[in-house]
Design a protein around this ligand. Structure first.
Ligand code: ADP
Length: 475
């Protein structure tokens, strides 16, 4: 029985079940939050588009807490845009939509902002504006307007394990526990695909001109994959690329091609290719065992300069030499290790910052600025640095897209440094990590990677069936 007070206002507790019939959401648990002005709903894949001269937005909702496999896809006209400050102080523009909210027996129209972040695990926050003149809050209570039981949720949304009608996608990588790998598996799962983690070292292959094969631990034949996402760590580049090539010869779509990965892993070749295609990089020299260390230093304009080991990753093997003497001794030390090394003009004005642009299918889908820890010159989030959302310039966007294209990468993390002569390319990563960029931007990059595969294979997912008894006045 729904509780009421003053005949017209209804009593709500600190959490309540709501429904949005015109969004196709029969039940969503909301945190009743008198501290928030506007109500918000946790949305993914938020995309603006135009329909009949009006701005609309499409988005996806995971209506159930701790469940990312139930997805409702929605479309609504945009009624407003608002800048909301997150806890980290970064302003974020959110779209506002109007929707009918049903709680208990009442239905009324509310404004909802589309937030792309989890709010304390709740998929929805009910703010003051939506409560005004209708609700009275008793924070000591919960679900005053009715409980929704597990069984009803199953009926509303179908069983938690939906039958897989999607693609079969392999994730070729080394460690299933890494954030990026977890997210890719989760994103595929969520979109209805059958995801399979394939440990690179456990795969082996048969070369055959007509029937090439790939096998997995225990002799299992990997014969029916539609696509493979590769996340090859540098130490297994050689074997990982050979496997990727094998999948290609079996007619399996690979998210990044083997040839693109192979050439992007050769830093020297990549930079040569960039320069050849007119992409600007910091003045750079390469050497193996330079006899004339001093001339090598002069070649890039003298100290301060950066010395990098070609085999280094994640900022390891990148050294700043502030003086000529330091530069010469670092180079000589690397020389005695017989290491391939790169010397580069030091971009001081970058002030320990760089940009990471995530490119998918020739578009920058997200970008962050990484900042060095105090006293460090390298923007390295693995070594105490930080990352934040950044607005990149059209020139930087063009540079990122061109760099990925030059290497033939469908998916790439492009690192750019801001110098006094404009943006310069640092490097391109063919297995860019997702944690820093998804956390800072709140974007579902893993989902976009899977969406790119769906598009290439011409696969379309079923949209949620909205409540057939309800007609959307906005549609
Ligand atoms: P890795 O591939 O090991 O991450 P990078 O070449 O990307 O190595 O360099 C790591 C970090 O060092 C960059 O993110 C940037 O902050 C800094 N850095 C690299 N090259 C330069 C340079 N030429 N001038 C100034 N800072 C640099």
């Amino acid at each position: 029985m729904a509780e009421t007070v003053n005949n017209d206002k209804i009593i709500v507790g600190s959490e309540e079940w709501c429904a949005f019939p015109d969004l196709g959401i029969p039940a969503i648990k909301a945190r009743v939050d008198t501290g928030a002005k506007t109500s918000s709903i946790h949305a993914f894949n938020i995309q603006k588009f135009r329909r009949q001269g009006q701005s609309w937005v499409s988005f996806e909702i995971h209506p159930l807490q701790n469940n990312r496999s139930t997805v409702i896809r929605c479309e609504k006209p945009i009624v407003d845009k608002r800048v909301v400050k997150s806890s980290s102080g970064i302003g974020e523009t959110r779209y506002v939509i109007l929707a009918h909210l049903r709680m208990g027996q009442s239905v009324w129209k509310v404004e909802l902002t589309l937030a792309n972040r989890d709010s304390m695990g709740f998929r929805m926050l009910l703010g003051r504006e939506a409560m005004s003149q209708r609700l009275v809050v008793d924070p000591s209570l919960s679900f005053c307007q009715g409980e929704v039981h597990e069984q009803e949720l199953d009926e509303f949304y179908g069983k938690k394990e939906p039958s897989k009608t999607g693609l079969k996608i392999g994730l070729l990588a080394s460690n299933p526990d890494l954030y990026s790998n977890q997210r890719i598996l989760e994103a595929g799962d969520e979109r209805g695909h059958e995801m399979e983690f394939l440990d690179i070292k456990q795969c082996y292959m048969k070369l055959d001109a007509t029937e090439p094969e790939a096998h997995y631990r225990g002799g299992k034949l990997l014969g029916d994959l539609d696509a493979v996402v590769t996340r090859i760590r540098p130490s297994v580049t050689f074997y990982g690329c050979a496997l990727t090539r094998q999948f290609e010869s079996m007619g399996v779509l690979t998210a990044n091609s083997s040839s693109a990965i192979t050439q992007s892993r050769d830093k020297l070749f990549s930079l040569q290719l960039m320069v050849k295609h007119g992409i600007r990089v910091p003045t750079t020299g390469f050497a193996k065992s330079p006899i004339d260390t001093s001339d090598l230093v002069d070649m890039v304009g003298g100290a301060p300069l950066v010395v990098k080991l070609l085999e280094g990753t994640q900022g390891r093997g990148v050294v700043l030499a502030e003086t000529r003497k330091a530069a010469e001794s670092v180079i000589n030390a690397f020389k005695s290790l017989r290491a391939n090394l790169l010397v580069q003009e030091f971009i001081k004005e970058a002030d320990g910052k760089d940009l990471r642009c995530f490119v998918i299918d020739g578009k920058v889908v997200a970008s962050i600025q990484r900042e060095a820890a105090p006293g460090e010159f390298r923007a390295n989030i693995h070594q105490g640095g930080s990352a934040s959302v950044v607005k990149i310039t059209p020139e930087e966007r063009t540079l990122a897209v061109k760099a990925a294209k030059t290497l033939g990468l469908t998916i790439a993390g492009v690192d750019i440094i801001r110098s006094k002569v404009g943006p310069l390319l640092l490097e391109v990563n063919s297995s860019p990590g997702l944690e820093g960029i998804e956390t800072a931007t709140g974007k579902d990059i893993a989902g976009l990677m899977i969406a790119s595969i769906e598009k290439k294979l011409g696969w379309k997912r079923d949209l949620a069936i909205k409540d057939p008894t309800y007609s959307d006045p906005d549609a």
